[in-house]
Design a protein. Structure first.
Length: 153
């Protein structure tokens, strides 16, 4: 007769692992639950990432719309001639029968002069530009300087 009880040889139990129907069902349910949790977590992360990207794109769109509005204002100003008039006025031009007043800072009070020495020659100072132009040349003056540069070697 054969022994039907498990026997131990060198500390190893010779017992066959019995897989029951309930064990297989529990393993299948655990695998399905793991898959469901994993797919739900992926969906949540994906949704959060898309929401962040949408918010960034909305901010970029708002910035581009503001920039486009500025460009539209520039286009309207340039087609109406206001930009050319503003540029010409900045260069010192005026309309016919119009008086041009240059408003600038008041000049500094002149210091009291001492009598010049007998041997010193009086040096005439170069005229200074009005403070309103900040020392920049007008467009006409730049053009004349460019023309003089090419005309006279």
């Amino acid at each position: 007769m054969r022994h039907r009880k498990p026997s131990a040889i060198y500390g190893i139990v010779n017992k066959r692992l019995r897989v029951s129907r309930e064990t297989l069902i529990l393993v299948a349910l655990a695998a399905a639950a793991t898959w469901l949790v994993w797919s739900f977590a992926q969906e949540v992360f994906f949704s959060r990432d898309l929401g962040r990207q949408a918010a960034e794109l909305q901010q970029q769109n708002a910035a581009l719309e503001a920039e486009n509005r500025g460009y539209q204002r520039d286009i309207v100003a340039s087609t109406s001639g206001a930009a050319a008039e503003e540029e010409a006025r900045g260069d010192g031009f005026s309309k016919p029968k119009e008086k041009l007043y240059m408003v600038g800072e008041s000049p500094a009070p002149a210091p009291a002069r001492a009598a010049p020495a007998a041997g010193q020659a009086r040096v005439r100072a170069a005229p200074t530009r009005p403070a309103s132009q900040g020392g920049k040349q007008s467009g006409v003056q730049r053009f004349l300087g460019w023309l003089r540069h090419f005309a006279l070697p």
